[in-house]
Design a protein around this ligand. Structure first.
Ligand code: ADP
Ligand code: ASP
Ligand code: MG
Length: 410
């Protein structure tokens, strides 16, 4: 008998009929002798709907109250799923994040799980119940409801699997695994049988929303076997593995594992700042004081000993970042602060890059051939990212997918 944590995303529980289907799948697993903990998301579109209700009242809703609101989405699903299980004679019990003792810090809207006191869940499992937990939410030490950031139900699933020492954490979604890139953008994208934690972490942090970044981090840290599968069709899905498991030979061959992209980007440029020590700090200090995360940074020094300083932020933080820096133009001695929020980031990811030169130049050549201008570049050992105009994103992803032959099994 094994203990399995299964997470079902928004589309998988998007209608009452789908919730009933999930309940039947769960009963099948239980009948095959497994202990099952299920984590569910809100029904598809529900979190956005709730967010829009709040935004209709205030452009910057109070973070604590926003979490009180957003957490209701998942609560609806746990209730409905347990009703469906009980109707079929399957003993089940629902838990909100607080009831499941998912303890987080108090960073509303992006809380981190610190501990899970899973005794009650264990007792339910021993009593033969299917345990149904609301994803995406927890409770802080003062009893406030917190949420874990968009896509956070993946992290709930992995954290529960770690706390319960589950045999596997299965993420059920609307695609049958992790693909070489988003199959909605490139129809010839290929499902990967396996991907390493390191690569999956890069893919997730560079914009592939199939798994929330924190869920991959958590799984890596706590050695949770993690698999992405389809709710709607049978199949092996994609196993997230540790690097050592991959055979040396296949590692040699695979240069690029996938292409990630992110449209949630904006760039801000501070033009004509004096080129002297401390300038990067004086520009980015006020930005980080406002809790705005900065991603890529580029500084060019011109001949007149002034520098242009460009960096990217999340598109939601664009207006605020411009506002902060415009207030500082005089203090910084800058000529102008400008920006662009119609940009996107496009990244190649692969551990095979470590041992191969020339990936970057092939990438740049492929983009140039399509007439796509590269605005910024960053690299690390296993990834190359470029910023391009948003309108070229899809073209760029398709071109790179073809040039690196990602549709072909290596
Ligand atoms: P869920 O609601 O189940 O959590 P998400 O929408 O969060 O589902 O994640 C699944 C979606 O992720 C897919 O429908 C797909 O469009 C997108 N996606 C992005 N990149 C990839 C990728 N590399 N492989 C598979 N799916 C991807
Ligand atoms: N319902 C939340 C969201 O839409 C969490 C999740 O689905 O993982 O982001
Ligand atoms: Mg998701």
């Amino acid at each position: 008998m094994s203990l399995i944590v299964q997470k079902y995303g928004g589309t998988s529980v998007g209608t009452v009929e789908r919730i009933e289907k999930v309940s039947e799948k769960l009963i099948g697993w239980r009948e095959r002798g497994h202990k099952i903990v299920v984590v569910v998301s809100a029904m598809s579109g529900e979190t956005d709907r709730l967010l829009n209700l709040a935004k209709a009242i205030s452009p910057r809703p109070d973070p604590r109250e926003l979490d009180v609101l957003l957490a209701t989405g998942e609560q609806v699903t746990i209730g409905l799923l347990c009703i469906a299980l009980e109707k079929r004679g399957c003993p089940a019990r629902s838990y909100t994040g607080g009831q499941a003792r998912i303890l987080t810090d108090s960073a509303f809207n992006k809380a981190r799980i610190q501990d899970i006191q899973a005794d009650a869940i264990r007792a339910d499992l021993d009593a033969g119940r299917v345990v149904v937990v609301a994803g995406f939410q927890g409770v802080d030490e003062s009893g406030n409801i917190t949420t874990l950031g968009r896509g956070g139900s993946d992290t709930t699933g992995v954290a529960l699997a770690a706390a319960l020492k589950a045999d596997e954490c299965q993420i059920y979604t609307d695609v049958d695994g992790v693909y070489t890139t988003d199959p909605r953008i490139v129809p010839t994208a290929r499902r990967l049988d396996r991907i390493t934690f390191e690569e999956m972490l890069e893919m997730a942090s560079l914009g592939s929303k199939v798994l929330q970044i924190r869920s991959v981090e958590f799984a890596g840290k706590h050695n949770v076997p993690l698999r992405v599968l389809s709710t709607f069709q049978e199949g092996p899905g994609t196993l997230i593995t540790f690097e050592e498991v991959l055979e040396a030979e296949s590692m040699e061959k695979v240069l690029i594992s996938g292409i990630a992209f992110n449209r949630d980007e904006a760039k801000v440029t501070v033009l004509g700042v004096p080129d002297r020590p401390g300038i990067a700090f004086s520009i980015l200090g006020p930005v980080s004081d406002a809790n705005i995360e900065v991603d890529m940074i580029v500084q060019n020094v011109g001949r007149d000993s002034t520098a242009d300083f460009t960096f990217t932020v999340h598109r939601n933080d664009y207006e605020r970042t411009l506002e902060i820096l415009r207030e500082q133009t005089v203090r910084l001695g800058a000529r102008e602060v400008s920006g662009d929020n119609k940009i996107a980031k496009l990244s190649l990811v692969g551990i095979g890059m470590r041992s191969h030169a020339g990936v970057a130049s092939r990438m740049f050549q492929a983009l140039a051939k399509e007439g796509i201008n590269i605005r910024m570049i960053t690299t690390s050992e296993i990834k190359i990212s470029v910023v391009v105009d948003e309108k070229y994103l899809e073209l760029g992803v398709r071109a790179l997918h073809e040039v690196f032959e990602l549709d072909q099994v290596s």
